[in-house]
Design a binder for this molecule. Sequence first.
Ligand code: 3HC
Ligand code: NAI
Length: 646
Amino acid sequence: MSVVTISRNGDIAVVTVDNPPVNALSQALRRGLWDAVETLDADPQVRAVVLICAGRTFIAGADVTEFGKPPLEPHLPDLVDRIEAAAKPWVAAIHGSALGGGFEVAMGCRFRVAVEGASVGLPEVSLGIVPGASGTVRTPRLAGVEAAVDLVTSGKPVKAAKALSLGLVDAVFAGDLQANALAFARDALTRELPPPVLARPVAAPDAAFWDEKRKAVAKAAKGAEAPLRALDCLRKAAEAPFAEAMAFERQTFLDLRASDQAAALRHVFFAERAAPRPAHLKGADPLPLRSAGVIGGGTMGAGIAAALRDAGIPVTLIERDDEALARGMANLRGIFDGAVKRGKLSEAQAEAHMAGVTATTDYAALSDADLVIEAVFEEIGVKRAVFDRLATACRADAVLATNTSYLDPRLIAEGLPHPDRFIGLHFFSPANVMRLLEIVPVPETSDRTLATGFALGRMLNKVPVQSGICEGFIGNRILKRYRAGAETLVRQGVAIADIDAAMRAYGFAMGPFEAQDLGGLDIAFLQREGARAAGQDVPETLGDILVRANRKGQKTGGGWYDYAPGERRPQPSAAVAELLADRITGRTQMDPEAIARHLVGEMAAEGRAILDEGIAASPADIDLVEIHGYGFPRWRGGPMFAASRA
Ligand code: 3HC
Ligand code: NAI
């Protein structure tokens, strides 16, 4: 079937795009649209054209799979110009998302109308590029420079109502989009047409505006190049003639498309889309998830309950006694109150979220739960006791999950009736914010249970990654190697503050030592002590020395650094230098790039071991773990991608 078909409704033609799954602008689609303009221009019966899409969305953008290949004619900017130059007015009728090249095609049309719930945007910067078919040049002509800067440099789409208020679309309809678009087109023909977007004026802001935006965009970009280059294009669009701005945008687009950052971001784009639906679970039907239980209302339990409520799932929260239950509910209330303060939830939504939580100490309340997630203390005895109670309280087909970080899930599941429904679901703190979800099956876990874990990931908008069983699973195992690598550099004489600064310059929000000071050094210490007590040979770390000197991080006023009372700014510590003096054996000098290269290399080496052992299925999965759980800069593509390019 052709990707573009033309039908008639009186003197209005309807051009329908049908290029599943998301109507991406493949060469065939570009050609089809080009030919449609030619055909309809030549048809004297046709007075206007409605451009509409079949399937789940309007055109979602350029075809990202074509990015690595030589571009084929007709090129997208030429197509947009051709539509704009059509002899008849085109009306873009938008449902789903009009993104990137899709929105650029819509801007080539004389009018844009949308159905409620649709969104439009220019997400190119999230792929490491700038819009390449006039997005930076036409958007300011439609919506003004300020709105265009927000839209293009953030890459975040806006909903139809907002798009209407910004002037990005001309009308928003409830109900039948095609019928409404046809009526809109007929009505438009009764009036003088507005000028094409290219001919509309744009008011250029002063230099101070651009200075201020540059600072703000650089801060938000955290090392990503595309948002700043997009800002340059927008400035050119405001200050230079249309054709000159178009040439500048095109050149920037082509430069960036070939960049390392764009390659990295494309890698992450496809990895993220593949993750929620792993190929080996095709055909495994997940169980329905209508209600869930959470055991333990501490840091993780409350965060997990909040994530479930955000997805609309009713939650039963179980604690060990009434006092702990009240604390758990207060934790949950604190999360929702925080969301209200940040404008993420309305007061009414926060109330509804709370109302959907049943707080109790009685396991009988779980008799009908589809899924129960355990997040109690990290002690095998405590966890086993919880699963004993779940075994009798829950339905035999309810999925039972543990959020353990380091314990062996096989030991937690031991003796559980119907172990095929047992699984590890490792959330990251704060669980309602962090997108990573490690999914850890035990040998008995059925495909159906595993598929249910992935279905949960999709419902919670997480990035689910399957991990085999090893100490720390994928993420914490690599973290351990990363920290050990950083400590080795300290032993060789590299300054703690230099290591942190190098990793920040690489793109992390924090270096490995300041991050430990924030989270506390004691958790990993206790875990090492536990292993030592169990007879394992765990060599002394520098962190052990600090914890033994009661330097557990910010909460004790100092860890790897000193902190002035009430301050969070790390200060190099003479006390630490003294404590570690006899462990520091070298006087190594390393530049920041060498430090980062070495530590990312350590992460990748652990990643390769993890792959060799079959703990992770692919390098891309490891990259997702690091990006979504550990703050690895997205535009570097993750440690496996970065190391493969080094
Ligand atoms: N090119 C090629 N394939 C794409 C694609 C694109 N632009 N967008 C999505 N796909 C593919 C996905 O890889 C996935 O493939 P799979 O089924 O084989 O795994 C399939 O389409 C469905 O994608 P999603 O799972 O993301 O579908 P959703 O329904 O959840 O979301 C969407 C739909 C909101 C359109 C989402 O796919 C999306 O955000 N896509 C990216 C849009 C984008 O970034 N466009 C800009 C491209 S760059 C550009 O246009 C440059 C221009 O200025 C020149
Ligand atoms: P926490 O100490 O904040 O909370 C544990 C909660 O469990 C407490 O509220 C406690 O009252 C409750 N509890 C203890 N025994 C119970 C029982 N028998 N029945 C019901 N409730 C009981 O601990 P946190 O940090 O929330 O950790 C919980 C689990 O999540 C642990 O297994 C931990 O390893 C894991 N985890 C922790 C992460 C973190 O960053 N804190 C990250 C990922 C996993």
